[in-house]
Design a protein around this ligand. Structure first.
Ligand SMILES: Nc1nc2c(c(=O)[nH]1)N[C@@H](CN(C=O)c1ccc(C(=O)N[C@@H](CCC(=O)O)C(=O)O)cc1)CN2
Length: 295
């Protein structure tokens, strides 16, 4: 069994991007600029946005963080996005999700200029991804594709089971795994809350992508010997032995499942850091007026 080291791969990608920034600077060109919008005080969102801003600084990107309290009106938020769309210095825009209930995520995403939508959530970019055209690919699925490629994990003809059908992870992941290229060419099954024979399907899977948001949901008895396990879950559970009183676990029972897996991502240190690295790659492409073209 091999543990997929997302921290290592993300650091490698960040080093490559930092080199590209130095090249831009040497040519007297502008460095990539990411604008992040954070609404409210969700502690997890605060951590993720802080990590995005810190990563930008580490590799030499400019970043702008716009913070608003949870009561911001939808109209005011949309006006801020429009201003960023019109700001020629800003290459990439992201609005950290989730948003407070009174704000339509759909409207917010649709307001971001598709050319600056480095999260790849705009319907125009989703459509391009589904059509196999160069575009911005949502950061978590993009990060997973980069991990599969880095570890040269065979995917052609494999049965991939994706647990979860969110717009951020499950749905794009299923599109990418079934595309006609490497990584891809999988036969994909998407499972969700109405899937009755989940265990049976998982037992047939060569690759499982768990993105359901339930701690330790995938147990060893659901996994075939030699399966590749990609854990997207980030769940904080109580742990009295920790100073903080809690610890982070994925959607997979890592300790037991690793005994059966050929490759497995840990939590933390697996998919999470790759989400940031993939966002930074998208931002670089946006700054160059390019889109991501997977192999
Ligand atoms: N606008 C967006 N919102 C959200 C996205 C997204 O891609 N765009 N994805 C998630 C959260 N997310 C990025 O925003 C994200 C989640 C986890 C990590 C990460 O590095 N996790 C670490 C653990 C961090 C911790 O201690 O809590 C790991 O797994 O090692 C980065 C980014 C929802 N919202």
């Amino acid at each position: 069994m091999q543990i997929i080291d997302g921290k290592l791969v993300s650091e490698t990608i960040k080093t490559q991007l930092a080199e590209k920034v130095l090249e831009l600077k040497a040519l007297g060109k502008k460095v990539p600029h990411l604008a992040a919008i954070l609404v409210g005080d969700n502690p997890a969102s605060e951590t993720y946005v802080a990590s995005k801003v810190k990563s930008c600084a580490e590799i030499g990107y400019n970043s702008t963080l716009l913070r608003f309290d949870a009561q911001i009106s939808e109209k005011h938020l949309l006006d801020q996005i429009i201003a960023l769309n019109e700001n020629p210095d800003v290459d990439g825009i992201l609005v950290q999700l989730p948003l407070p209930k009174h704000i339509s995520e759909e409207l917010v995403i649709n307001t971001i200029d598709p050319g600056k939508d480095v999260d790849g959530f705009h319907p125009m970019n989703v459509g391009k991804m589904v059509s196999g055209l160069p575009t911005y690919i949502p950061a978590t699925p993009y990060g997973i594709m980069l991990l599969l490629e880095y570890y040269q994990i065979p995917t052609k003809g494999k049965h991939a089971v994706v647990i979860g059908r969110s717009h951020i992870v499950g749905t794009p992941m299923s599109v990418l795994l079934s595309r006609n290229a490497y990584p891809g060419n999988c036969t994909v099954t998407i499972c969700h809350s109405h899937t009755h024979n989940l265990k049976e399907l998982c037992l047939q899977a060569d690759i499982i992508v768990a993105a359901i948001g339930r701690p330790n949901f995938v147990t060893a008895d659901m996994v075939k010997e030699g399966a590749v396990i990609i854990d997207v879950g980030i769940n904080r559970i109580p742990d009295a032995t920790k100073k903080s009183g809690s610890r982070l676990v994925g959607d997979v029972d890592f300790a037991a499942v690793k005994e059966k897996a050929s490759f497995i991502t840990p939590v933390p240190g697996g998919v999470g850091p790759m989400t940031i690295a993939a966002l930074l790659k998208n931002t670089y492409y946006a700054s160059q007026g390019e889109k991501v073209k997977l192999n």
